[in-house]
Ligand binder design. Structure first.
Ligand code: C2O
Ligand code: CU
Ligand code: CU
Length: 498
């Protein structure tokens, strides 16, 4: 990496700059971007109406006509049982990010009340939505200012496991807790006896249970800065329960900012039934280990053992040691289920690309030719480094010099046309590459559709992959590495469909 590093900019003053630069409501309207405002008091009344406990985490939604309320802001939570962890952020004042339950094909309204002292947006990771609901600051909407309220409205076309997170100052907002699981129920009920959503992520805490520096620049230029405390649903090695002998749908979502998890499940027969929310054509034997990178999800069908026995979910650390993530204990009389004749989940209506007519586009993920960054004033958590690039260009779009012109797209795609994206990682580090808005159909070694449809594709050291997309959804769709340090220091961009 050539080029000197820019000096670290002091963190103070960012909020003031954000407030000054993100514009008043009046200004927002003038730019023609929509920022619907709704009455705050009315919302608070309906806030947590549909609350229900699942795996220690409140579920909200579930087809209620009321809007779902998320209020990102400071949260009080004792992560390590050594006292409150200061500086956490949650979607409710008491912490634990709710699991949002939606139904396929049923319109949803989600109201975001920004309790943070900084701007934010919420992105619905993996969901194929109209671009104006995608939650990317400046590219698809103006950011939600401190104290402002914003309404997202969309109808989920696909069932499956998705997640939500801010798309602004993510190195801080996600790292401090702002990430939650979205479950989109199939239009028809599925034959499971229990349904558990497990949000898997680390927090970067010191021995006293308090946050330490969220990243180190020298790690940012390599694999990223790992967290120190691994959690499931914000708990260290929680114990959940499920009916003995029951068929359980385990939804695993890795929301960590850095860690590629190498997972293993013991104590039960299990099959892999969906990846990134998208059903596999047929259930598959669970790979050992199951590798899930930041942003990725896997749905497992698990047959619980006899009463009192435990199913263990663990992962292998970079040191080679394994660590327990969560325990699911079997309770009650056995339901006697098995994986025999387990049917695939109903397919989602993701459009199939046409390989014969597809144009090839090359994307190379690499280091930045120049490690320095333009001085952008720390907009939306922009960092003063550009270590990474796509096709040799480090992204500057998180901090557009002019919000009305967020830079140039990496590629222009014609609506209705199919493309094969040839993605190449020319570095030794892992890059989970995520594309908003368009489903990526993985091609097999034979160059045909493999049946896997993903929104995040992990490219390990010097790996390549080919995916086909049908450019069915017009708009500017962000394309970035989901190791947030990489994203923030250049490994990002967007493609334009028109
Ligand atoms: Cu998980 Cu650009 O997003
Ligand atoms: Cu996304
Ligand atoms: Cu990366």
């Amino acid at each position: 990496m050539a080029g000197g590093r820019a000096k670290l900019r002091p963190a103070t003053g960012r909020r003031e700059r954000d407030a000054a630069r993100c514009g008043s409501r009046k200004e927002n309207r003038n730019r023609g971007l929509t920022m619907p405002m709704i009455n705050r008091r009315r919302l608070l009344g309906t806030a947590m109406a549909a609350g229900a406990m699942a795996a220690g985490v409140r579920a909200i939604g579930g087809g209620a006509a009321e809007p779902i309320l998320l209020s990102p802001g400071p949260a009080r939570f004792d992560l390590t049982r050594r006292g409150m962890t200061e500086g956490m952020m949650g979607f409710t004042p008491d912490g634990l990010p709710p699991v949002i339950r939606l139904r396929q094909g049923v319109p949803a309204d989600i109201v975001v009340e920004n309790r943070l002292e900084e701007i934010t947006t919420i992105h619905w990771h993996g969901m194929r939505l109209p671009v104006d609901q995608d939650g990317v600051p400046w590219l698809t909407q103006l950011p939600i200012g401190a104290g402002e309220t914003y309404r997202y409205s969309f109808t989920p076309p696909d069932a499956g496991t998705y997640w939500y997170h801010p798309h602004c100052n993510t190195l801080e907002q996600i790292a401090r807790g702002l990430a939650g699981v979205i479950v989109v129920e199939e239009a028809e009920p599925q034959p499971f006896d229990a349904d558990l959503a497990l949000q898997i992520r680390d927090f970067r805490l010191g021995g006293d249970g308090q946050f330490i520096e969220l990243y180190k620049p020298r790690n940012m230029a390599r694999g990223g800065t790992l967290g120190t405390v691994s959690t499931v649903n914000w708990q260290v090695a929680p114990v959940l329960t499920a009916p003995a002998g029951g068929l359980v749908r385990l939804r695993l979502a890795v929301t960590d900012v850095t860690r590629v998890y190498e997972l293993s499940l013991s104590g039960a027969a299990a099959a892999l039934i969906a990846l990134d929310g998208q059903p596999l054509p047929a259930p598959e034997v669970l790979p050992v280990p199951l590798i899930l990178a930041p942003g990725q999800r896997a749905d497992l069908a698990v047959v619980m053992p006899e009463e009192g026995r435990e199913v263990l979910l663990g992962f292998t650390k970079t040191s080679g040691k394994s660590e327990l993530l969560a325990t699911v204990r079997a309770t009650g009389a056995s339901l006697g289920r098995s994986l025999d004749r387990l049917a695939p989940l109903p397919p989602n209506p993701t459009p199939l690309p046409d390989l014969a007519g597809a144009e090839r586009l090359d994307f190379t993920f690499g280091w930045s030719p120049d490690g320095t960054a333009p001085d952008t004033g720390g907009f939306c958590g922009d960092v003063p480094y550009r270590f990474w690039s796509i096709n040799r260009v480090p992204y500057a779009g998180d901090a557009p010099p002019d919000p009305a012109r967020p830079g140039r797209p990496l590629a222009a795609l014609k609506q209705g046309h199919s493309y094969v994206l040839r993605m190449r990682n020319e570095t030794q580090n892992d890059h989970p590459i995520h594309l908003h808005g368009l489903a990526m159909h993985l091609l097999g070694p034979d160059g045909r559709l493999s049946g896997r449809v993903q929104d995040t594709v992990l490219l390990r050291s010097h790996e390549s992959a080919e995916v086909a997309v049908l450019a069915d959804n017009p708009g500017d769709w962000v394309f970035h590495c989901h190791v947030i340090e990489h994203q923030k220091s250049g490994l990002a961009g967007f493609v334009r469909v028109l």
